[in-house]
Design a protein around this ligand. Structure first.
Ligand SMILES: *Cc1c(COP(=O)(O)O)cnc(C)c1O
Length: 362
């Protein structure tokens, strides 16, 4: 028997498409006639080989990636990428450029600094509490790469246009907005995403790397920290996070076949976000925290008149079946994460509850 499911606004791990959960359930005990669960089959079997190849192919198709890109799955989440990127893509005698737009960028910068890289933070929005995306900055043409965080999960800001770095390859942490909209991968040397926001379970990062970047990997790195190890072995040098990759493949199938691709996905995401922001903007009770031009389509951050009301709001919302609305512990306030799998009906339910709450307490 199924218990009652809530509208899930968690920031991560986050909602998965209901159809995907049903599919996992339906084939959990006997995966495609194997007589085993996908949790139990060998990663060297044809069953799992098909899964990982399918996940790679679907990613290629959805993002329109050319043969010059590899799609990898690497354990350790997005945070391991913070250190693997400077380790593998840094170039001797050349600086690395970063834009700092919040907690996750700050962590990425720190990992490059720990390794003694020549780190230049060429722009930051720290002066206004990371409430906006910087616009005016110059990229060092000699930099090995420019790193930025495409969507700032905690502060609720997002790059609507990616920075222009000329010939310097872009490197982006897209953990919380990957596959939420189409993108042109051409200017990117590497794109990475912890899977647990938009495309699957936690513990694995999707890494999309341009093949020429693989030439940069220094020989002296430990085997498991080299991108080349993952690229040469189709992400199976050791046992991959099989269940995570399998779930990601089903989510990609859902985006492709149920939603109809990334253009459609973006349209739904825009509709959800604009509904919610419009509601917040007309309210005299709720107040958005990110600057309007920099607002995220994925994480909608807002405040109520005081913290006591925020606490009541989050608690009462949960009683009404609306979960995960508490802001990140570092910033407080409220946050509704409305990733790909959180549907229009969930956003409508949230707005209904917000209107009621405002009427009662406003
Ligand atoms: C959640 C998140 C991370 C951290 O991901 P882990 O998989 O837990 O390491 C990094 N960057 C961004 C933008 C995130 O939203």
């Amino acid at each position: 028997m199924m218990g009652k499911r809530i509208h899930n606004f968690n920031a991560g791990p986050a909602a998965l498409p209901f159809e995907v959960l049903e599919e996992i359930q339906s084939e959990l005990l006997d995966y495609k006639g194997s007589g085993m669960s996908i949790l139990e089959v060998s990663h060297r079997s044809k069953w799992f080989d098909d899964v990982i190849n399918s996940a790679v192919e679907r990613t290629r198709k959805l993002l329109n990636l050319g043969e010059d890109f590899e799609v990898l799955f690497i354990q350790g989440g997005a945070s391991l990428q913070f250190c693997m990127i400077p380790m593998n893509l840094g170039l001797k005698g050349r600086p690395v450029n970063y834009v700092n737009t919040g907690t996750w960028s700050t962590k990425a910068i720190k990992e490059a600094e720990i390794q003694g890289k020549d780190v230049n933070v060429i722009a930051s929005s720290e002066d206004k509490g990371f409430s906006y995306i910087p616009e005016d900055f110059a990229v060092d043409g000699n930099a090995a790469y420019l790193h930025f965080t495409s969507n700032n999960t905690i502060k609720g800001t997002q790059w609507s246009r990616f920075p222009d770095a000329g010939d310097v390859p872009l490197v982006s942490d897209m953990s919380s907005d990957i596959l939420s909209r189409p993108l042109d991968a051409a200017p990117f040397g590497l794109i990475y995403a912890g899977a647990q926001k938009n495309i699957g379970p936690s513990g694995t990062a999707m890494v999309i790397i341009r093949k020429d970047m693989l030439d940069r990997t220094p020989d002296h790195l430990p085997t498991m920290l080299k991108y080349t190890t993952f690229a040469e072995k189709n992400s199976m040098f050791n046992t991959p996070a099989c269940m995570a990759v399998y779930t990601i493949d089903l989510v990609l199938k859902w985006i492709d076949e149920r939603i109809g691709g990334l253009q459609k996905m973006e349209a739904v995401n825009r509709e959800k976000a604009s509904m919610l922001y419009d509601f917040i903007d007309q309210s005299h009770f709720f107040r958005g925290t990110a600057e309007k031009e920099s607002r995220s389509l994925m994480n909608v951050t807002f405040r109520l008149p005081n913290e006591a009301l925020e606490k009541e709001f989050v608690a009462e919302a949960l009683e009404e079946g609306l979960g995960g609305l508490k802001g990140h512990r570092s910033v407080g306030g409220c946050r509704a994460s409305i990733y790909n799998a959180t549907g229009l009906e969930a956003v409508r339910a949230l707005m209904g509850f917000m209107a009621e709450f405002e009427k009662k307490r406003g």
